[in-house]
Ligand binder design. Structure first.
Ligand code: KDG
Length: 356
């Protein structure tokens, strides 16, 4: 079983990269996974004979993904001070999204906060989040996360050994680059834009006229700094906290994709908990998600000014300018909705429509 999951995740991630004809992506998922994980300093707490819950994220300790995990740590250790020791590892210390998720699936790591986009090989329905402009706003996102759609996706992930505890927010993604202000799709022409390892993201940036270059998140800053790529796309919180503005001073608030950060626990670990502990872990995760979502939304608003203060130019599109991006990516729907399932996409859009 474990070998199957590993093969499935690696093949899927590689297939997703290769099948979409991406050019120039020096780093493949396998290469990223082969990188030795740096020796990490375990958080300084006496563990004793407590059960350790290692919780990983690729983002910084100040990012809402980590803030949510610290809240989870506080809630769990307040309830079970002598039983659990939650250890939060940031900055991809325990591997990138794909490798850390593999470890969780195989029971080698207890918890990961990851983007859903590089995991669509193992759970194709997750692709629905990658359809550009499909989520209208945060209220719609919460209804999707905490309703029937969120439950269906959790059910789809479980056979892979992954218990989806809750949905944190990655957020609305915006484009940054080192070359020029971007106000129209034509301004993206020829720019090498890093995307996540996901065929819908690749197709979206091809449709916008860019040269999509998939790679793991942990490679992005160095690749931008070395000029191997011209730009990338992420929510404002990540753009600011990962200091992308230092190497990508041109920011455009496209909001072209809205993504979750899914909180995945090892099902093997979860099944070894008592029913009471399982219920508490689920509730603590959800409470931490409320903190995470609130923090991320506040940062994605406040940090626009911070980016300007750091010298970045921030292009805020007019409704007409944004519509040009929406129009340019319509072929992506034609190509991918049949794969995801027309009915499921309609169900997803119906939830969002209630909040427009
Ligand atoms: O581990 C960091 C990633 O989960 C997340 O930030 C994904 O948005 C992402 C990206 O660009 O890779």
């Amino acid at each position: 079983m474990k070998k199957r999951i590993l093969a499935l995740l690696t093949t899927a991630a590689l297939a997703s990269t290769i099948l979409t004809g991406c050019m120039g992506s020096e780093v493949t998922t396998t290469e990223t996974q082969q990188k030795t994980v740096p020796q990490v300093a375990a958080p300084s707490k006496p563990t004793g004979d407590k059960i350790v819950i290692k919780a990983a994220t690729g983002l910084t300790a100040t990012h809402p993904a980590a803030i949510g995990l610290y809240e989870f740590e506080k809630l769990v250790e307040e309830k079970y001070p002598d039983r659990f020791d939650v250890q939060v590892y940031t900055d991809a210390q325990l591997g990138d999204d794909v490798s850390a998720t593999q470890d969780v699936a195989m029971g080698n790591l207890e918890l990961v906060v990851t983007s859903a986009s590089p995991l669509v090989g193992m759970c194709p329905a997750l692709k629905v989040f990658d359809l550009p402009f499909i989520v209208p706003n945060e209220a719609a996102a919460d209804a999707i996360y905490d309703g029937e759609i969120g439950k269906k996706l959790a059910d789809d992930l479980l056979p892979n050994g992954l218990r989806l505890l809750t949905y944190y927010e990655n957020g609305f993604r915006n484009i940054t680059n080192s070359k020029r202000d971007v106000r129209t799709p034509g301004d993206l022409s020829g720019l090498k834009i890093r995307t996540m390892e996901n065929d819908i993201h690749l197709a979206t940036f091809k449709a916008l006229g860019a040269v999509p270059t998939p790679m793991a998140f942990s490679e992005v800053f160095t690749s931008l700094e070395q000029g191997a790529i011209d730009g990338q796309e992420n929510p404002v919180s990540t753009i600011y906290l990962s200091k992308f503005y230092e190497v990508n001073p041109h920011v455009t608030l496209t909001g072209h994709v809205y993504g979750p950060h899914i909180v995945l626990m090892s099902e093997q670990f979860y099944q070894n908990l008592s029913a009471e502990e399982q219920a508490f872990i689920m509730e603590a995760a959800h409470q931490s998600a409320l903190v995470n979502r609130s923090e991320n939304r506040q940062m994605c608003t406040d940090y626009i000014q911070n980016l300007k203060d750091e010298g970045a130019t921030v292009v805020e599109l007019t409704a007409e300018e944004k519509q040009a991006f929406v129009d340019a990516v319509q072929p992506v729907y034609k190509e991918f909705v049949p794969q995801i399932g027309e009915e499921f996409v309609k169900q997803f859009q119906a939830v969002g429509d209630k909040f427009k």
